[in-house]
Design a binder for this molecule. Structure first.
Ligand code: NAP
Ligand code: MG
Length: 402
């Protein structure tokens, strides 16, 4: 039995991923680890019973303990309010947790033999980090009638106004928008990215459009550069990794030609667009993990996919499903490895590494869930049910120990 010191914050969730969560613990974790967790049930029913207080409690527990693992959860919409007879349309748990931890989300694909990225030269994972604050997502917009004008007015603390003309709509009507960001938010994004790249021992890329946006985007470039020089350059040199800045269009072109193996920091809109592009190009949402890293150095691990509702309804009818548990398993191993590193537990680090290797080995040997069987290029492959896959991983793990 591998021992732990500090407990993980465990956030249980909904539907098919909740079913997998229990199975992963039962088959792959509890037999080998004296698992210590502080358990929070973020299942929709319990969120409703606690008026969503459990979500906040789980986030504060993460700030206190440092590492959390989270199951996918339902973000309720009107349909879900009826389905679960909810008292309120509770907010997205991920949104609530992110607001409390003030973090940056890093999404990383899991590569396995036989599952090839659509971009054939990508041989290593590309991790994407999205700055989840400001820009177009918190803008103010207006329609301006013909003959009107739009101005940018900045009022200083002492009341002094500076006015700049955006556009005079002399001939025809049009639209305008105002957006903002803060130095503090950009700086905390930059630090999260530098820290993550150091942890992962991978180069960090960042891009904006500073040649066109000479004040706004340039600010991002400058803040990244200042923080790098002052706080991270030495550590990057020691780790043998680089910080690389370029223009966003150049970055996109280079990403396509690269072999992967780096962290790509993106401004809010770029990250929104590029993360979906990367997820689909790497093959499957079910093979994508996601880590929220806060400026305080707190980590929350989860799968990037949702609760796989369609499979759950089949499961409720007594059918066996072939749902991919890899990203959820890697959320657990990622959290355990981070906990182990912080607590100095080499046996637990090696457990996490060996378990991941076992799972990838099983897929490489041709045993996989239906979603992967549909895209795997292996000549011999078998699509198995959810539990059969976990049992195959357990066998591979046990064999790797002997
Ligand atoms: P989803 O759960 O990601 O599933 C969408 C489809 O992708 C599934 O129907 C399935 O395709 C495929 N898929 C995703 N994960 C899979 C896996 N592990 N194994 C096999 N196939 C997988 O997204 P959704 O159905 O749009 O959302 C369901 C619920 O999840 C919603 O209530 C949403 O609020 C929630 N959600 C939560 C999170 C989160 O907690 N981080 C993120 C996104 C969505 P097939 O049906 O074709 O097999
Ligand atoms: Mg998007």
């Amino acid at each position: 039995m591998i021992q732990m010191k500090t407990p993980l914050v465990e956030m249980d969730g909904d539907e098919m991923t909740r079913v997998l969560w229990e199975k992963i613990k039962e088959i792959l974790l509890l037999p080998y680890i004296d698992l210590k967790t502080e358990y929070y049930d973020l299942g929709l029913k319990h969120r409703d019973e606690t008026e969503d207080k459990v979500t906040e409690d789980a986030a504060y527990a993460t700030l206190r303990l440092g590492v959390a693992v989270k199951c996918a959860t339902i973000t309720p919409n009107a349909e879900r309010v009826r389905e679960y007879s909810l008292r309120d349309m509770w907010k997205s748990p991920n949104g609530t947790i992110r607001a409390i931890l003030d973090g940056t989300v890093f999404r990383a694909p899991i590569l396995a033999a036989g599952i090839h990225p659509l971009v054939t030269n990508w041989r290593k994972p590309i991790t994407i980090a999205r700055h989840a604050y400001g820009d177009m997502y918190r803008d103010v917009e207006a329609v301006v009638a013909a003959g009107g004008k739009a101005e940018l007015v900045v009022t200083a603390a002492d009341g002094t106004e500076t006015r700049r003309l955006i556009h005079s709509y002399d001939g025809a009507a049009g639209v305008a928008l105002g957006m903002h960001n803060t130095d503090a938010s950009i700086a905390s994004f930059a630090r999260a990215c530098f820290r993550y790249a150091l942890d992962a021992r991978q180069d960090l890329w960042f891009a904006s459009k500073d040649t066109i946006s000479k004040i706004y985007d340039h600010r991002f470039k400058d803040i990244f550069a200042d923080i790098f020089t002052a706080e991270f350059e030495q550590a990057f040199n020691q780790a043998g990794i680089e910080y690389f800045y370029t223009l966003i269009d150049d970055a996109v072109a280079r990403v396509m030609r690269s072999e992967g193996g780096f962290v790509w920091a993106c401004k809010n809109y770029d990250g929104d667009v590029m993360s979906d592009m990367l997820a689909s190009a790497f093959g499957s949402l079910a093979m994508m993990t996601s880590v929220l890293v806060s400026p305080a150095g707190v980590y929350e691990y989860e799968a990037a996919h949702g609760t796989v509702q369609r499979h759950y309804y089949k499961y409720l009818q007594g059918e066996k499903t072939s749902t991919n548990s890899v990203a959820t398993l890697f959320a657990w191993t990622g959290a355990l490895r981070k906990r182990a590193e912080l607590d100095g537990l080499p046996d637990l680090v090696s457990f996490a590494n060996r378990m991941e290797k076992a799972a990838l080995g099983v897929i490489g040997a041709g045993i996989m869930t239906g979603d992967l069987a549909a895209i795997s290029t292996l000549p011999q492959k078998t699509a198995v049910e959810s539990e059969a896959f976990l049992l195959a991983v357990r066998d591979a793990f046990v064999n790797s120990q002997q």
